[in-house]
Structure formats: C-alpha cells, structure tokens
Design a protein around this ligand. Structure first.
Ligand code: PSU
Ligand code: MN
Length: 299
C-alpha cells in the first residue's frame, strides 16, 4: 500500500483525514467534470482543516492519497475496473487499475487507519431487490468495517425503505444530519423518518468514539441531505429515474453495470442538471466529513 506522505503524517499524528473513493470518478461522472469535482472535493476538505485521501488501485498497487495527476488519469482512462471487496485481490494480483467503490474504499481506509470517508451516495438495495437479490456490497461492508460514511442517503435509483431495513438488520447506526428524513440523494426528503438526528459534527464524533471504545465493529452511516438550493425538482428527477430504470430493463443491464448506467442516463435525461446536483451533494458531504474528522481528532 502506498500512502501519500502528508496523509501518512496526518494518520500517525491523529490529525483529521477524510478518505475519498475513485468509482465516483471513473464510473459515476463524465470527463472532465469528474476530475474537476474530485479536485474541488479535496480542496473543500483542506479548507475545513482535514487532509483528503483519494483511494484507488494503480497497476496493482493500492494508493491512499492520489496525486492530482493520478486523479486526472482515473477520470480519463478507459477500462478501469470497478472494484468492490471481491475484486481487490484480483486487480492487485493482475497489476491492473481499479476504481474503488464505497465498500472497497472503506476496507482500504480501515487498513490505513482512516476513520471518516465522504462520498456522494452509498449503494443499497435496488428496486425489486426482493427478486433480483441486487443489494450493494456497500451495505455488507458497513456491517463489518470500522469507517464512518458520510453520504446523501443512498442513490434515489434504489429502494430506500428496503435499504434502511437492511441497515437495521446489519446493526449499522444511521445518523441523520440536521434533518428528520433520510436523504434522497438529488432531493432532501424521502418521506422516511430517521430516529437519530444529529445537529452538530461533534455529536456524530461522540457516537463514533463510543462505538470505537465499545469495540462494536462496523461502520456508521451519516445521512447528509443535499443543500436545498441545489436540490432537484421531485417530479423531474422521479420521471428521469423511472425512464432510466425502464431503459436499463429493456437493455438487460444488471450487476455492477446498472448503477453507472442509471447515473449516466439520468444526466442525459435531465440535460446535465442531475450531474450538477450530484457534484454539490458530494461537496457538501466532503465538508461534513472534514468537520466530523476534526471533532473526532480532538476527542
Ligand atoms: N456516489 C456517487 N456516484 C457514484 C457512487 C457513489 O455520487 O457513482 C458509486 C460508489 O462507488 C458506490 C457505487 O459504492 O456507486 C455503488 O455501486 P453498486 O450499486 O454497484 O454497489
Ligand atoms: Mn449491485
């Protein structure tokens, strides 16, 4: 594992660090917006007094804390594998490039000693998961790996209610930041009430610390709604999601390809509006991630 020197220094000195994933760069957004966003996210974390560490696999080597040039490569290169837990050993052994999902990024962050991770939207149970069994490995990871994930709920293309049920079964604390409702990715209101609302980053950090002290393994899920000014119109986004789901069905797209296909199709159907919202919600999560990491470093 190659850890960027400033990231290693921060980890060793218990300074705030925020992990970032690379699937969102390679498979979640088009070039060049993906690279621009990844760099803005890093700046946002630095602005909020933490060190960003974008994670991925380059020629089989696990990288914690990519350089700007490496981020650019992740945004541009074709054929980078989407890497979840099961893909890590394969991509490492075959010396390939791998973009890490929430699950894989959590594992690597955990190995490196990074406790907080910010993304856009975690994976979850797809609609009709009762039949297809398509439930993201991200949820399994939240059950076992000691990393806090800051996410705008889960992607609105999913079945949010089912996802929350699974998180409950897996024993994952779900904390909602300054909102009574589970975040709905592109919008603020899913209609699903969350029991545990936290109003400050300190409250979240205290829960993470209590879990750590009690040696209760697993992640913490922080649901952070998109700021109101960047949220999409419910009807517009729901129409686009329905259309995209229908297209995926007609094309027979499934497995690891479905999430990238849906995100890309929704961007096209909304003339880029969904991409703008996606970028804003990631930045918002980066800020909260840095604030939580800072509070945690003081406890
Ligand atoms: N957040 C975004 N865009 C993304 C993702 C998150 O704003 O593309 C990625 C994450 O890497 C997450 C993955 O782990 O989508 C979910 O993929 P799947 O549904 O195949 O598990
Ligand atoms: Mn899946």
């Amino acid at each position: 594992m190659k850890i960027r020197p400033d990231v290693l220094f921060a980890i060793q000195n218990k300074l705030p660090v925020v992990a970032l994933e690379s699937t969102i760069i390679s498979h979640g957004m088009p070039y060049p917006k993906n690279v621009e966003t990844a760099l803005l996210v890093e700046e946002e974390i630095i602005k909020n007094q933490a060190t960003p560490a974008t994670i991925g696999i380059i020629d089989g080597e696990i990288v914690v804390g990519m350089t700007h040039d490496e981020i650019e490569q992740f945004g541009k290169r074709k054929g980078i594998a989407k890497v979840s837990r099961r893909d890590i050993p394969i991509v490492v052994a075959q010396k390939k490039w791998g973009a890490t999902t929430v699950a894989a990024t959590m594992i690597i962050a955990g190995m490196a000693g990074i406790e907080v991770f910010a993304t856009g939207g975690c994976g979850g149970a797809h609609r009709q998961a009762q039949q297809t069994f398509d439930i993201s490995a991200d949820l399994e990871e939240l059950q076992r790996t000691n990393v806090t994930l800051v996410s705008a709920g889960v992607k609105a293309i999913l079945d949010l209610k089912l996802t929350l049920e699974i998180l409950e079964t897996k024993g994952v604390p779900v904390l909602s930041y300054q909102s009574k409702e589970f975040a709905d990715f592109y919008t603020r209101n899913s209609g699903l009430e969350i029991e545990n609302v936290c109003n400050t980053p300190l409250e979240i950090a205290q829960i993470i610390k209590a879990k750590r002290d009690l040696k209760l393994d697993g992640g913490v899920f922080v649901s952070n709604p998109i700021p109101a000014e960047y949220a999409m119109d419910k009807e517009i986004i729901n129409n686009a999601i329905d259309k995209a789901l229908k297209m995926a069905d007609e094309k027979g797209i499934s497995g690891k390809d479905i999430t990238p296909f849906l995100l890309k199709t929704i961007v096209e159907l909304t003339n880029g509006d969904s991409l703008e919202s996606n970028i804003k919600l990631v930045l918002n999560n980066a800020k909260l991630g840095a604030e939580i990491a800072l509070e945690l470093s003081k406890l």
